[in-house]
Design a protein around this ligand. Structure first.
Ligand code: FES
Ligand SMILES: [Fe+2]
Length: 345
């Protein structure tokens, strides 16, 4: 895949893990947006995500760094850093260095997932991470779902926007997933958190949909996009489920993909084993999309059929607000600017 023409440094919330991967006292190494980062969990349970390098002499805090109560102690000379990235102790001097600070990132843990806020301009979060239960306002809570199944794929050549565009792409369902075409009932791209609802009508039993034997069952999906990085969905009709998908840029070409699939208990009509099979099927369908996204070349302007025009135009216009240059972003331009500024991307 060629380097995407869209910036891989969009603004927003991005999933960087699942909460249970980072226990109390753990220091977890990761790379996102071209930066080496660490996530560490203090004794109180609070999670901090910060740049990985100690401001003293530059040790990587993910190698030898240690959680001590509520602070992180560097493995090189024992300097201690707070959850705000401030130096709070130099063990061989009676005053800390108050001037130096390690960059920290806003973090939210929600639906057992860890999200960080990324913004190249350093702005604070201006929208919220969607909640796969609370935001559908139907009173359902996590206890009413089976244990979720997860998919984690590292460093795929996928841009987050490709995944979002799937949400307006009615025609792909038939060809990629072997389902009926989707009929969209809602496209709302007015705010950074956007909404897409659609239905798929499945025909069972008869030779065709006009056959008297045929029963039609609808599967309905409501999706909430929290910026470009995170989408939560609710499906009902044929199968009650929820999904959380997180696409997080690692560098200028690749993203990590995380997907969590919940199946409803449905009055315990399904056993745990059945739910795991259904969950795996939901993941299989998502993997069918992944193959396309991984090898796709972003087409701009695309050749759209008349019926595709409104949805794609709306989502592409909406997406622009998350890019550093505000005009759709260009990885090449961001790279050139960073080079001109003496950066080493
Ligand atoms: S490099 Fe971290 S304490 Fe010296
Ligand atoms: Fe799809």
């Amino acid at each position: 895949m060629p380097k995407p023409p869209l910036s891989m440094k969009p603004t927003g919330w991005f999933q960087v893990g699942w909460s249970d991967e980072i226990g109390v006292g753990d220091v977890h190494r990761m790379t996102y947006f071209g930066e080496e980062l660490i996530a560490w969990r203090a004794e109180s349970g609070r999670l901090t995500v910060m740049n990985a390098f100690c401001e003293h002499l530059g040790a990587h805090l993910g190698f030898g760094g240690r959680v001590v109560g509520e602070v992180l102690q560097c493995g090189f000379h024992g300097w201690q850093w707070s959850q705000e990235g401030r130096n709070v102790c130099i063990p061989y001097q009676n005053r800390p260095n108050r001037g130096r600070r390690i960059r920290t990132y806003p973090v939210v843990e929600r639906n057992e997932s860890v999200y960080v806020w990324h913004d190249v301009a350093g702005r604070e979060p201006y929208f919220d991470v969607p909640d796969v239960f609370a935001d559908f306002n139907d009173g359902r809570n996590p206890d009413e779902f089976h244990r979720p199944r997860r998919l984690y794929r590292e460093r795929l050549e996928i841009h987050p926007q490709y995944v979002q565009e799937n949400g307006v792409d009615f025609a792909h369902f038939k060809y990629v997933h072997g389902t009926p075409e989707a009929v969209f009932t809602r496209h709302d791209f007015a705010e950074p958190v956007s909404f897409v609802d659609f239905r798929l009508a499945f025909a069972f039993g008869g030779a065709d949909s006009d056959d008297a034997e045929t029963e039609v069952a609808e599967s309905c999906v409501e999706a909430i996009n929290g910026g470009l990085g995170v989408t939560v969905t609710k499906s009902y009709g044929l199968l009650e489920g929820r999904t959380v998908q997180g696409i997080t840029p690692v560098d200028d070409c690749t993203s990590d993909v995380r997907f969590t699939a919940y199946i409803g208990r449905d009055d315990d009509a399904y056993s745990e084993a059945d739910a795991q099979v259904f969950g795996q099927e939901v993941i299989r369908q998502f993997e069918q999309d992944i193959v396309i996204w991984q090898h796709q070349r972003y087409s701009d302007p695309p050749a759209l059929a008349t019926a595709e025009h409104a949805g794609f135009t709306a989502i592409r216009q909406w997406a622009k607000q998350f890019y550093p240059d505000g005009i759709g972003g260009s990885a090449a331009e961001v790279y050139a600017a960073s080079q001109a500024a003496g950066g080493t991307q």
